[in-house]
Design a protein around this ligand. Sequence first.
Ligand SMILES: Nc1ncnc2c1ncn2[C@@H]1O[C@H](COP(=O)(O)OP(=O)(O)OP(=O)(O)O)[C@@H](O)[C@H]1O
Ligand SMILES: [Mg+2]
Length: 415
Amino acid sequence: MAASPSTPGAATAGVSASASHLGADPSIVRRLSQVRNIILVLSGKGGVGKSSVSAQLALSLSSTPITDDDGPTTGPSSSSSPSSSSPTPSSTPRTPRVGILDIDLTGPSIPRMLGLDGQTVKQSSDGWVPVYTDASQSLAVMSVGFLLRSKNDSVVWRGPKKNAMIKQFLGDVRWGPLDYLVIDTPPGTSDEHISILEYLRTFQPSAVMVTTPQAVSLADNLRSLDFTRKTNLPLLGLIENMSGYVCPHCEECTNVWGKGGGEALAQRERIHFLGRIPIDPGLVRVLDDAKEEAQAKVQTQNGSDASAAAEIINQPLDAHETAATSSAPASAAAAAPAPASAPVPASAAAAAPSASAAASSTGQHDDSATPAGTILSRTTIQRYRDSQTFPIFQKITDQIRDLARQHRNSSAAGQ
Ligand SMILES: Nc1ncnc2c1ncn2[C@@H]1O[C@H](COP(=O)(O)OP(=O)(O)OP(=O)(O)O)[C@@H](O)[C@H]1O
Ligand SMILES: [Mg+2]
């Protein structure tokens, strides 16, 4: 069913769902017509912080209230239940709804960075239910990492299977109305980039590029820049990540990998420079040790042993959520839901039965099912807010929000 303008959130992403998606896949049109802004995070080089930036951007966007000028015209208000919709636009600030899609199929790191390792995707009558970071459902997460039996499983896919998986992430996931969908991509310009841009062609996506100050990263990003130009993907701006280390004792900044290369590249190529993020050991702890830290915290609080701590972490926050997440992550991992045609990787094939098998083993969800937030992800979010990087990234997020709105408005004007 293609979304009509009367569908909640239909007039989103700067497009009219009925007229502007000719040739697009109907299942994707149905889902993404409810998404207001789609932002890809790109870099020509690996390991420069694309996933960290994606995670931070999603967390920062979801933690700053917006008005409906910035959000779905018919989306939920912060005072109402997350699954309800308000029929009229409102200028009252509300919590934005954000999705993060990890299309790094061979190296998914978003689940770990958000403290969601071991969580699984559930099946509902309306498609896959993404994993939510907390009970308010303001941040929805989807990654192939949730479909693997073990986080150490390798994923070996050829191009067509990757293409099919990405299509499912866009068309089969019950994203609901979103203000922002942040897409974390693999390094370079790969099959995944080509697929996602093809599927998003009519949805006016934009991109943010990440570099580190080293010459090699800057050179690799020139190739990515060329890719965005050839594919007409608007670039909102460039972030220089891991830009110097500020000593916490003397506050002197050591430019470990040089400084200013990103800004110079941005100036030369006439790209907006979004800002610099220093090397922050606190951020590494948040992103890399999320689960372990949360486990330790719960263990300390409860004075119990490690297994008891893990049990508490995996419990839903309250009874309301218990009904919706009856399967514990450990057992659900052996039953990762997948629609019948799901292109599962070799290593995950045994762990991903058909939709009906998954439904019978995990309990099929009705459309109002509310996946649990966990103590673990709440801890991650709090620790991220406490990090040195958070205020810096807030400024970057403010710019991205404004630029995305300008892009959306100019796309709508050009329709
Ligand atoms: N500003 C920062 N300060 C300190 N550590 C950082 C910073 N940004 C990223 N990192 C760390 O650097 C490592 C690589 O970051 P990340 O995984 O985000 O890069 P990536 O570009 O997504 O990598 P890949 O190309 O493999 O997907 C991670 O361990 C991350 O925690
Ligand atoms: Mg990554």
